[in-house]
Design a protein around this ligand. Sequence first.
Ligand SMILES: Cc1ncc(COP(=O)(O)O)c(C=O)c1O
Length: 351
Amino acid sequence: MFPVLERFAYLNAGTFGPLAQETIDAVVTQTRLELERGRSGTPYFESLETLRTSVRSSFAELLGVDNEHVALTSSTTSGCQIVLAGLELGPEDEIVTTDEEHFGLLGPLYASGARVRLVATRDHAPEEALDAILAGVTPRTRLIAVSHVSWLTGNVLPVDAVKEETGLPLLVDGAQSVGAIPVEMGRADFYAVSGQKWLCGPDATGALYVADPERLPVALPTHWSSDDHAPDGSFTPVSGAGRFDSGTIPAPLLAGLQAALAGAPASRFDAGRVTAARCRELLAERFEVVTTPGQATLVTFRPGGDAAEMVARLFEAGVIVRDLPGTGWVRVSCGYWTTDEHLERLLDALA
Ligand SMILES: Cc1ncc(COP(=O)(O)O)c(C=O)c1O
């Protein structure tokens, strides 16, 4: 299924998931169609619509929601940008987030102009995260924005409990959760997803769940946002979250993503959980592991030396992991495709 595994113990889905043969076959087939038949004419545009609808439905099924709540985006970051631009926050407003977030979320938070309040969760046990986040809330809080699974510690943040306790608007960065662990949209108002990580889709793909599309202004309109527009650009948004769709996602990428979404086995979450637990156990025999037991599919550890150098050395040995700049940590991503043999190769290379 994943040709890269013939060469490497590929343990970096937290950056880019492995690509399946079928995914790339679908990209190539669609690209060839465009080469030979062009990118115009009724059949082409109809097929593009069909592809968009089918990818939207696949995301909706994965997230357990209706199509009306799903926007097609190009990344988790673009999903966060869409939400922050729409919320129209100002310097009097506050956003609560944690000190273990990715710039894909932090950048849009900062650019919103609101005051970003960081609470410390990174160096604490996951059970303490809820209280830390609640302590950051003030009467000026307009948004709580946190990841579901931290890209640094690999720990799961209590997103549903945060909403339950505060009732405040909640943006979840789902880059490291969707496709890795079972997720329910539950109480989140917005949930941003990457296609290229745990869903093993092509680059520049993703989705954004919006609980109530009518309540978020369309601040970054694209060709897909409008049903009809006037000469001055005023427009009637399409119904549902489709109004937030990012600009045209190339049809070959959509075709590849569709194949990737269809190709994941039902056992993926169980298999990922088991390999991550095994990986953590093996690493803990020799290293200080940062990730708390029983989290998601990322396992972060302190290598006891220069992390970047170690990652480069592992690459030479056919093992692909990543270091986490500024922390001295190394992160291992375990998916349903990860075998005991991959983990043994990791441990041998670390010896
Ligand atoms: C937690 C988290 N958020 C956001 C991103 C950015 O994802 P994307 O490239 O899909 O915008 C990443 C990427 O590694 C991530 O780990």
